[in-house]
Design a protein around this ligand. Structure first.
Ligand code: NAD
Ligand code: MG
Length: 402
């Protein structure tokens, strides 16, 4: 928080995405206390233009330089005071800007790493949705948070739930006393009841039609393979400093219980609520205070039965791959994440069958010699290696509908 004023200045990175839009909604409901200082996205210039005219941020950035130039022209013509920055470096610059108090890290994938790291090093309050950046850089990211004096608050609904169930003051990256295990809940995705034989032919549209949450396409596919829960397992180990054996996954199709923390005495605390990302976003923004989010009260009677079941690791091998990578540590999570990004992109473009997503990732992991992820160079080298390897795997397979 700024020392001069009570208004918190927020940079929303990934403002045109699903999390970005929910964040802007929460910020508008709390405009007496929050100001949109900067907005950033990849290339959706028309959407960003509308957002700039509505929120009048000091800065807007697009990673795509051509789109940024056109946005700058548009905003100039509209008499907007917003300054437009261009290129991937601009996003990190914004994240570390001295006038920014809080950074919503809501870019999807490894592309979010430089800006998330910049926010950590600059000691910002980081509202972390971009789980891929944390998973790929692991201890390095947590060390940057510590060294920079940043405050890291998870936005991922499960981790935000765990954070809320931890003893206060919960500091990300520090193990809380008395915790026996974390139980992450998973909706199970759109294919929870789909027989293995039918999984091979599912389309991107089916995979992106999530029963409980409306999300970006990449995380929707991750939810359908359960890789999302695998990434979240690694995310939980890092955020709460627990070994993988103390983080379990349970399928909960209703998505009402967002996760559990179990203590040594047998107590289990859970956070419940309607499945709406504005709840964890508002929590992360306001913590330790509470903000209005626009989310309706949970109708516990209407919600009916809450069910829990074990995940099926045979139909959803991605979860097991992630657990293996978590146990191997070092560069293994980096490789898992990178291979997954390539495989998901290929699936979304119709070049890979759904059931082959975990197969590609598994083959890449099997060929990887795990090394230390001690420096950013180590991380970027492992990431690049895994992307090359995954592309080679794709080349060796028939296309999904070829
Ligand atoms: P999305 O696809 O809807 O939005 C992604 C945003 O990132 C867009 O604004 C896009 O312009 C921007 N972006 C993409 N590539 C970029 C690049 N190279 N440079 C700069 N900006 C880029 O995704 P989403 O569903 O909002 O998810 C965002 C992140 O939040 C992901 O890491 C996801 O795992 C995480 N998350 C999302 C949800 C959810 O409910 N949507 C829940 C938990 C966690
Ligand atoms: Mg989640």
């Amino acid at each position: 928080m700024s020392s001069h004023t009570n208004v918190v200045r927020v940079a929303v990175l990934g403002s045109t995405g699903s999390i970005g839009l929910s964040t802007l909604d929460v910020l508008e409901r709390n405009r007496d206390r929050y100001r949109v200082f900067a907005l950033a996205a990849h290339s959706s210039r028309e959407q960003l233009r509308e957002q700039c005219l509505r929120h009048a941020p000091a800065f807007a950035a697009l990673a795509d330089p051509e789109a940024a130039q056109r946005l700058a022209d548009d905003l100039l013509a509209a008499g907007s005071p917003t300054r437009v920055l261009a290129g991937p470096e601009a996003l990190a610059e914004i994240a570390a800007h001295p006038e920014v108090d809080a950074v919503m890290a809501a870019i999807v994938g490894a592309a979010g790493l430089p800006s998330s790291l910049a926010a950590a090093r600059a000691g910002k309050r980081i509202l972390l949705a971009n789980k891929e950046a944390l998973v790929m850089s692991g201890p390095l990211f947590m060390e940057a948070v510590r060294a920079g004096g940043a405050t890291l608050i998870p936005v991922d609904s499960e981790h935000n739930a765990v954070f809320q169930c931890m003893p206060a003051p919960c500091i990300a990256g520090q193990r809380a006393a008395g915790v026996r295990r974390i139980l992450l809940t998973a909706s199970g995705g759109p294919f929870l009841r789909t027989p293995a034989a039918e999984l091979a032919d599912v389309t991107p549209e089916q995979a992106c039609a999530h029963p409980r949450w409306v999300m970006g396409r990449k995380i929707s596919v991750d939810s359908a393979t359960l890789m999302n829960k695998g990434l979240e397992l690694i995310e939980a180990c890092l955020l709460f400093d627990l070994p993988p054996a103390q983080v379990e996954v349970v399928i909960h199709p209703q998505s009402i219980v967002h996760s559990f923390v179990e203590y040594l005495d047998g107590s289990m605390l859970a956070q419940l609520g309607n499945p709406d990302m504005r709840t964890p976003i508002a929590h992360a923004l306001g913590w330790p205070e509470r903000l209005a989010s626009g989310v309706e009260s949970l109708d516990v009677v209407g919600a009916g039965r809450l069910e829990f079941e074990a995940p099926d690791l045979e139909r959803f091998p991605a979860l097991q791959l992630a657990r293996t990578a978590a146990e191997a540590a070092g560069t293994a999570p980096t490789v898992l994440n990178a291979a997954n990004e390539i495989a998901v992109e290929a699936f979304l473009e119709g070049r890979l069958a759904f059931a082959d997503i975990p197969a590609v990732i598994g083959n890449v992991l099997a060929q990887h010699r795990v090394g230390p992820a001690a420096s950013l160079e180590d991380v970027l080298a492992a990431d690049a290696w895994a992307r090359r390897q995954a592309r080679a795997e794709l080349g060796a397979r028939p296309g999904a509908w070829a």
